[in-house]
Design a protein around this ligand. Structure first.
Ligand SMILES: [Zn+2]
Length: 144
């Protein structure tokens, strides 16, 4: 399960809509409880380095990843997942997404249809089966 405060999810949606018709990506930062449930506390947008196939691929800039790792090094939060958009495609992981996935991360995929967010799903890799399973995505009102 992944919990995302409504205000953060709205900002993430904003990033995916601004980037349309290209795919965009970013890192989600937060906490993991003993049952491996994630709670998102912050996110950072990352550059999509893929220019040839930016409409259906993303290559997250490794420098962005380093930058975010350093930023949160001394905080109690960690990188807990990656979000990316699927312009004019459903929010299901592609074969490329599956091949590149790392265990223990939540992969939030946001479907953007004609420039507007149509839905989002979160996925977790089963490492043994090399297969994604959907996890519940909970949006929380802001009590912060
Ligand atoms: Zn994808």
């Amino acid at each position: 399960m992944i919990k995302i405060p409504a205000s953060l999810l709205r900002e993430i949606y904003g990033h995916t809509e601004e980037s349309f018709p290209n795919e965009c990506c970013g890192l989600m930062i937060g906490t993991t409880d003993k049952d491996k449930n994630h709670t998102v506390q912050a996110f950072r947008t990352c550059k999509n380095l893929n220019q040839e196939r930016a409409r259906d691929r993303y290559d997250m800039d490794p420098l962005d990843m380093l930058r975010v790792e350093r930023e949160f090094e001394k905080s109690p939060w960690d990188i807990i997942g990656i979000y990316h958009s699927h312009p004019d495609h459903p929010s299901r992981p592609s074969q490329t997404d599956t091949d590149r996935a790392w265990p223990d991360y939540s992969y939030v995929i946001i479907s953007v249809q004609q420039g507007t967010v149509a839905g989002a799903q979160s996925w977790v890799l089963n490492e043994t089966e090399k297969k994604f399973y959907e996890e519940p995505l909970l949006t929380e009102g802001d009590s912060r």
